[in-house]
Design a binder for this molecule. Structure first.
Ligand code: FEO
Length: 173
């Protein structure tokens, strides 16, 4: 059984991952309004990944015979001034989530909850990839600067992003 404190913290993480999904959906909508369909696609894929992350926590709580309790979502920001500003906000959010995952791991270690530590290991690794993926787009955006042509080609490139299969299927079980 999960401790009550651990269950609360895991339920809070469902909310954080759902909020991330909602934020990325708002970013997708912004890019669609700007007619940057490739950037919008990248955000849709990211939004779905966050939903998958939330569901991993959902199923884990259930598998440990805990109680899933959903909380209200905060309203996301809907407007930005440039693609770079959007991705910088995305990186900031990923860094925040990394901090939350680290806090969860600290709690699992302090409680000697080995199962939760093992479960969280995937998220520790995933956050490295998440931050790196966002940072890669930031570096590209900085490189193209204000060049409309550069943004156009980057938009084309990001249109090719698809959902990653590895480790994502488990949450649907
Ligand atoms: Fe689920 Fe991007 O952290």
């Amino acid at each position: 059984m999960l401790s009550e404190k651990m269950q609360d913290a895991l339920n809070a993480q469902i909310n954080a991952e759902m909020l991330a999904s909602y934020k990325y959906l708002a970013m997708a909508a912004y890019f669609e309004a700007e007619n940057l369909i490739g950037f919008a696609n990248w955000m849709h894929v990211q939004s779905q990944e966050e939903n998958t992350h939330a569901m991993k926590f959902y199923h884990y709580i259930k598998d440990r015979r805990g109680r899933v309790l959903l909380r209200p979502l905060d309203g996301p920001k809907n407007d930005w001034t440039s693609p770079l500003e959007v991705f910088q906000a995305a990186l900031q959010h990923e860094q925040y989530v990394t901090g939350l995952i680290n806090n969860l791991m600290d709690l699992a270690i302090s409680e000697r909850d080995h199962a939760t530590q093992s479960f969280l290991k995937w998220f520790v690794d995933e956050q490295v990839e998440e931050e790196s993926n966002v940072d890669a787009v930031i570096q590209d955006l900085k490189r193209v600067g204000s060049s409309a042509e550069g943004v156009f080609f980057l938009d084309r490139e990001l249109a090719g992003r698809t959902a990653e299969a590895e480790g994502e299927g488990e949450a649907a079980e």
